[in-house]
Write a protein that binds this ligand. Structure first.
Ligand SMILES: CC(C)(COP(=O)(O)OP(=O)(O)OC[C@H]1O[C@@H](n2cnc3c(N)ncnc32)[C@H](O)[C@@H]1OP(=O)(O)O)[C@@H](O)C(=O)NCCC(=O)NCCS
Length: 220
């Protein structure tokens, strides 16, 4: 049985991208160019619920990076440039491409499905433990409060578990970030516990709440 987040439609075209095991999709670690690391796939076709979509970043998304760079809550803890220039924005987008190319994760743009305008990012990043990945996401301030993050996490979660062959997808959230916790709960993640003094952002140390979903293949 596959994990299916609540409310997620099957992607257009149906079926898995590839039914490969976690080990078969490149869960070996090393830098770009490491001969042992293979590229990770993007969803094909791109995933959408009809209102919000997630897809590979494109250079035309640079205005999304520009807006993101103006929000300290996004800049803090990501590689979004703090002092935006067009070149820095393009470099950010190329870094997102390099994650899948180097087999370290899959970062996608969250887009308005009607206009294809990018409003955020959702990224699955492999952890050192085989079959385990971390989830990260952000939405630019002008697009918040309209369900974009919730939809993106609902779309990416079953895809990552099934098509990247993960057994576990987890997210670390500061206790004050209520919106993010609601995003995760709404997508079927369970809160597992609290890691004390785990995250450091802006020079401040904070606890992290751990949320996860596990593949039904691995469920005991
Ligand atoms: C957290 C974040 C991704 C939410 O994005 P969003 O698109 O505005 O979220 P959604 O509109 O999908 O809302 C998701 C849920 O959060 C709730 N929510 C949204 N903004 C909220 C706020 N400011 N306070 C409390 N709840 C809020 C919504 O009501 C919704 O809950 P529900 O589904 O139970 O009704 C966005 O605020 C952001 O990018 N923050 C900065 C970066 C960040 O914190 N990333 C996550 C790191 S773990």
């Amino acid at each position: 049985m596959e994990f299916r987040a609540p409310g997620v439609q099957r992607r257009v075209g149906g079926g898995r991208v590839r039914a490969r095991s976690a080990h078969a999709v490149g869960l070996r670690y090393g830098g770009e160019g490491d001969a042992g690391v293979s590229a990770l796939p993007y969803p094909e076709p791109a995933l959408t619920d009809g209102r919000i979509g997630i897809r590979r970043w494109s250079e035309g998304d640079v205005d999304c990076v520009r807006e993101a760079s103006s929000d300290p809550r996004i800049v803090d803890g990501t590689t979004v440039p703090t002092a935006f220039t067009h070149d820095d924005g393009l470099a950010f987008i190329r870094r997102q491409w390099s994650r899948a190319e180097s087999g370290t994760g899959v970062a996608q743009a969250i887009v308005d499905a009607t206009t294809d305008v990018a409003v955020g990012l959702v990224a699955v990043t492999l952890r050192p433990q085989p079959g385990v990945a971390g989830l990260g996401y952000w939405v630019v301030p002008s697009a918040r409060g309209r369900g974009a993050a919730a939809a993106a996490v609902r779309l990416v979660t079953p895809w990552a578990l099934n098509s990247l062959g993960l057994q576990r997808l987890e997210a670390w959230v500061v206790p004050q970030n209520i919106a993010s916790q609601r995003v995760l709960r709404g997508a079927g993640y369970l809160e597992e516990g609290r890691l004390r003094s785990f995250l450091t952002s802006g020079g401040k140390v904070s606890d992290a709440l751990v949320f996860s979903v596990i593949s039904s293949r691995e469920a005991q």
